[in-house]
Design a protein around this ligand. Structure first.
Ligand SMILES: Nc1nc2c(ncn2[C@@H]2O[C@H](COP(=O)(O)OP(=O)(O)OP(=O)(O)O)[C@@H](O)[C@H]2O)c(=O)[nH]1
Ligand SMILES: [Zn+2]
Length: 210
């Protein structure tokens, strides 16, 4: 049975993500599991080319799922006093994530914008890209990724408005299953003043104006 309604943000990867199972990435356990998968697909895990594969996969998983052990406040706590009352937008932030249904990659770009809070606090531009990676480096669905980024902006920057647009190709739709390479999925989330049609239109024209 397919469940798409289980993405209560706190339950999926809430503030306790990473510690909720009592440990960080357990590499020996991944190695054992990868060995099992190799056996199950009819491979010989002892053959030369595969001997180090469980170790490599464990190392790679520790990297691509590192976001489970990182928290948005770690990056968004760097702020500057800058009296800027207009939109700040970092667009075309490339990222790779992992589809939680098939554990294969989905990848694309994120556009992250916000209108700073009344107290004149802005964050560093690179921190918006770091925020994307924190949520991308987890087992994900694109909708949740989009929502988590915008919610982190709202929670930690108290902006007047925020917008996140994510455009992705899902390998689970390209290399298997329906096999439609090149199909793009676009998701968006807006908060606060970005709900205003004119402000939203301005942000969208900046995002789409390539
Ligand atoms: N909404 C959403 N769906 C996703 C995402 N990534 C993958 N999916 C979809 O998850 C669904 C899983 O459907 P299932 O029927 O349970 O699995 P499946 O038999 O592998 O489905 P197919 O991919 O159609 O072969 C598929 O339709 C995928 O396209 C995502 O980020 N968001
Ligand atoms: Zn998938």
């Amino acid at each position: 049975m397919t469940h798409f309604d289980d993405d209560d943000l706190a339950a999926a990867h809430g503030s306790a993500a990473g510690s909720k199972h009592g440990h960080k990435v357990d590499r020996p356990r991944i190695e054992a599991a990868v060995r099992e998968i190799l056996l199950a697909i009819g491979e010989d895990p002892e053959r030369g080319g595969l001997q180090d594969t469980p170790k490599r996969v464990a190392k790679a998983y520790a990297e691509v799922f590192a976001g489970l052990h990182q928290h948005p406040e770690e990056v968004l706590s760097t702020t500057f006093d800058l009296d800027h009352e207009e939109l700040v937008l970092v667009k075309d932030i490339p990222f790779y994530s992992t589809c939680e249904h098939h554990l294969v990659p989905f990848h694309g770009v994120a556009h992250v914008g916000y209108i700073p809070s009344h107290d004149g606090k802005v964050t560093g531009l690179s921190k918006l890209a770091r925020l994307v990676d924190i949520y991308a480096r987890r087992p994900q669905v694109q909708e949740r990724l989009t929502t988590q980024i915008v919610e982190a902006l709202v929670t930690h920057l108290n902006p007047r408005g925020a917008i996140v647009v994510v455009e992705c190709e899902h390998m689970c739709m390209s290399m298997r299953g329906i096999r439609k390479p090149g199909a793009k999925t676009v998701t968006s989330a807006v908060r606060g003043q970005l709900h205003d049609p004119a402000t939203r239109a301005e942000a969208m024209s900046l995002i789409l104006g390539r």
